[in-house]
Design a protein. Structure first.
Length: 368
C-alpha cells in the first residue's frame, strides 16, 4: 500500500514522440526534489521561494549533464489539481528525453504514480468529490459533444450541488424536529408538517430526475445503441456500410451471411450512435445461425432505437410481419424502413404508405 504523502511522477501527455511532452510530479517534496535538478536560465533560482502558478525556463541537469531545456510550471498547495505541491515539466517530446527525466526522479526518491492516482489525491485532499472524480475519467474518454457536455457539467459539480442542497434541507428540518422533541412538554410545533411533506415529495421528484438523467447520461456516454433488424437479405449490412461509408459488413445474396452482430459507432449532430447489424430473423435448423438470431433479439432488448428493415419487393411474402415486432416490443421505438425502393414505381410507394405506419423509404445500395 502506497503512502499518500510520498511524491509521485507520471507522463501527463500521451506516450510516444511529439513536439512537447509534459511530466507531472505531485507531493509535499515535489518542488524541493525538482529544485535539486533544475538550473534557471536567469541564474540560480530556488523554486521553493517562487510564487505559485508561475513558469520558469531552465535546464534539467544530472551531474552537470544537461538532459533538456524545459519550462517548469509550479503550483503550491493547496492551489493545485491534487491539493499538494505540483510541478509540471514541459520538455521536448523525444521518447529518450522523457525517459531520462522520468528515470532521474525515480532514482531520487520519487515513485511512479498508479493509474488515476493524481485524481485520487485530489479526491482525498477535498479538491473534488467522488462524482467529480468520476467525471474526470468520463471527460478524458468523451468522444462526442453530448458525452463531453455531460462530463463537464458533472465535473463542475452539477450533480453534487443538487445532492448537497437536498441534504441541507433535510438537516434543517431534522434540527427543527429535534427542537420539538426537546420541548415536547410545551406542545410547541416548530416543524410545519405540510411543508415537510412537500419537501419529501420534492426530494422524491429530484431523485427520480437524477436517476433518469444518470441512465440517459450513461447511454450518451457509451453511445445510443441502434439495432438494425429484419429478415435475411433485406439490406441490413448494406445499410450499415452506407451509414459508415465503408465496407464494414459482408454483403451477400446468400441468406444467413451475417451470423454475429457487427457494431460500429457514428457521431451525428454531436451524439454518438452505436449501429448494430444483426443476423436476419427467420426459422432455421442451422445451429450457429440460430445462435445469431437469438443474439438479434437480445440486441433489440438493449437498443434505444430499432431500425426494422423491410424488402420493398418481399413485403407480401414476409413471414416476420411488422406487427409481430411491435407486439413483441410494445415499448420500443421502432422505425419501419422500406429498402430497395429504387425498384418500385411511384404508385407502389404510395400504396405502401397507406398500409404501413410512418414508413421511411430508402435505397441502401444507392445511398438514397
Amino acid at each position: 500500500m502506497h503512502k499518500n504523502n510520498d511524491t509521485i511522477i507520471a507522463l501527463a501527455t500521451s506516450s510516444g514522440v511529439g513536439a512537447i511532452a509534459v511530466i507531472r510530479l505531485s507531493g509535499a517534496n515535489a518542488i524541493s526534489i525538482v529544485n535539486s535538478f533544475f538550473r534557471s536560465k536567469n541564474g540560480e533560482k530556488n523554486l521553493e521561494k517562487v510564487n505559485s502558478h508561475t513558469i520558469h525556463l531552465g535546464n534539467i541537469i544530472e551531474k552537470n549533464h544537461i538532459i533538456d531545456e524545459v519550462l517548469l510550471s509550479v503550483f503550491k498547495n493547496p492551489r493545485s489539481y491534487t491539493g499538494e505541491n505540483v510541478v509540471e515539466i514541459s520538455c521536448h517530446g523525444s521518447v529518450y528525453i522523457q525517459n531520462e527525466i522520468l528515470q532521474l526522479f525515480l532514482k531520487n526518491g520519487v515513485r511512479h504514480a498508479d493509474a488515476g492516482e493524481f485524481t485520487l489525491r485530489a479526491f482525498v485532499n477535498g479538491k473534488m468529490d467522488l462524482s467529480q472524480a468520476e467525471a474526470v475519467a468520463d471527460l478524458i474518454a468523451s468522444d462526442s459533444k453530448a458525452s463531453h457536455q455531460i462530463a463537464i457539467q458533472q465535473m463542475r459539480g452539477g450533480f453534487s450541488n443538487e445532492i448537497s442542497s437536498l441534504r441541507q434541507q433535510l438537516l434543517n428540518f431534522a434540527s427543527l424536529i429535534e427542537l420539538e422533541l426537546d420541548f415536547s412538554e410545551e406542545d410547541v410545533e416548530f416543524a410545519d408538517r405540510k411543508q415537510f411533506q412537500a419537501l419529501i415529495h420534492n426530494i422524491k421528484t429530484v431523485l427520480k430526475k437524477l436517476i433518469d438523467s444518470f441512465a440517459f447520461g450513461n447511454v450518451l456516454k457509451n453511445g445510443i445503441p441502434v439495432a438494425i433488424v429484419g429478415e435475411p437479405n433485406v439490406g441490413k449490412s448494406t445499410l450499415l456500410n452506407a451509414l459508415l461509408n465503408e465496407e464494414k459488413a459482408i454483403v451477400s445474396h446468400i441468406p444467413g451471411t451475417t451470423r454475429d452482430a457487427i457494431e460500429d459507432e457514428l457521431i451525428i449532430d454531436g451524439v454518438a450512435y452505436r449501429f448494430i447489424d444483426t443476423a436476419g430473423i427467420r426459422e432455421t435448423e442451422d445451429h450457429v445461425e440460430s445462435i445469431g438470431i437469438k443474439k438479434t433479439f437480445e440486441n433489440i432488448e438493449k437498443a434505444q432505437l430499432v431500425l426494422h428493415l423491410i424488402d420493398a419487393e418481399q413485403i407480401q411474402n414476409s413471414k416476420f410481419k411488422i406487427q409481430n415486432l411491435r407486439e413483441k416490443y410494445p415499448n420500443k421505438k421502432i422505425l419501419n424502413i422500406i429498402n430497395k425502393t429504387d425498384l418500385l414505381t411511384d404508385k407502389e410507394i404510395l400504396n405502401l404508405k397507406s398500409k404501413i405506419l410512418n414508413p421511411i423509404f430508402l435505397s441502401a445500395k444507392n445511398k438514397t
